[in-house]
Design a protein around this ligand. Structure first.
Ligand code: FES
Length: 283
């Protein structure tokens, strides 16, 4: 009877390495150790399969003469006899084979779980974070220093980078507040009430690849993204007029509160920034 020790040990190494990988992932991960465990897991699997196959599968080469396709009664009887012979009727060998197959299944299971486990490394589900910012109805627009912006603070052609009050470090919220030229500005359909006191607010995050759109030519009313030169027309709903961006900069509806400060009417009605895999169809 073939010695089953090598494939048994090999599959055992794979199982233990798979369990080790789970423990390492679960305790925060360690790349070198994970690499070593993957090596042992796959090497054990390979050695176990190769040696096990050599031990338990027939090795002799045989050939037979071409014969009629239908088996004769004698051939069927011989095949049945072969099937039941089980290498001389060695039940111990059968038991070894079954045991080895169970170990092989365990080795595959351990590796399968270890492969699935790194999904945890993708981090928390973003939920609605990609669709929402900290702007909301009545939230004041403030400068990076936290100072609220007053009505009339900007002259024609001037702009300020603003944030929702209390969230000046929020990466999805930088917004350009621009005092536009009333003779040039064309409010987009349905957005006449989104501007106030000669000011309009657009997201500062480029819709191409999320760079900060910070270069403003007040003579032409164009905003330029320095990364790949996308250009947006401030006087025309910030639609892109040049470059790789295909979506206008989202507009934030703004108003003036009872104390004369600029506030948001709501959050952005659409996600800010570039497209992502499940961007809603209507934006
Ligand atoms: S990120 Fe603005 S043009 Fe590419």
């Amino acid at each position: 009877m073939p010695n089953p020790r090598v494939p048994r040990v090999a599959f055992g190494v794979t199982i233990l390495s798979g369990i080790g990988l789970l423990v390492v992932y679960g305790t925060g991960g360690q790349p070198q150790l994970e690499g070593l465990l993957w090596f042992y897991a796959l090497a054990g699997l390979g050695v176990g399969i190769i040696v096990g196959a050599n031990n338990y599968l027939p090795n002799e080469e045989s050939e037979e003469e071409r014969h009629p396709l239908a088996s004769s009664e004698e051939m069927l009887a011989a095949a049945r006899a072969d099937f039941h012979r089980a290498d001389g009727g060695d039940e111990a060998l059968d038991a070894e084979r079954r045991s080895l197959l169970r170990l092989l299944a365990g080795a595959f299971a351990a590796i399968g779980v270890a492969v699935v486990f790194p999904i945890r490394s993708l981090g928390p589900h973003p939920s609605d974070d990609l669709r929402e910012t900290d702007f909301a109805k009545g939230v004041r627009l403030v400068t990076v220093d936290g100072a609220p912006v007053k009505s009339g603070q900007l002259g024609v052609g001037e702009l300020l980078t603003v944030f929702p009050e209390g969230h000046t470090r929020a990466g999805d919220s930088p917004t350009l507040l621009i005092r536009y030229d009333e003779e040039e500005f064309l409010p987009a359909g349905g957005r006449a009430s989104w501007v106030t006191d000669g000011m309009v607010a657009y997201s500062k995050i480029c819709t191409h690849a999320a760079c900060a759109v910070g270069l403003y030519q007040n003579v032409t009313g164009l905003l330029l993204c320095p990364c790949h030169q996308s250009t947006f027309d401030v006087n025309n709903a910030c639609t892109p007029t040049f470059g790789p961006a295909t979506r206008p900069l989202p507009q934030l509806p703004i108003a003036i509160d009872s104390e004369g400060f600029v506030v948001a009417q709501s959050d952005y009605p659409e996600p800010v920034g570039p497209g992502y895999w499940d961007r809603m169809n209507n934006v």
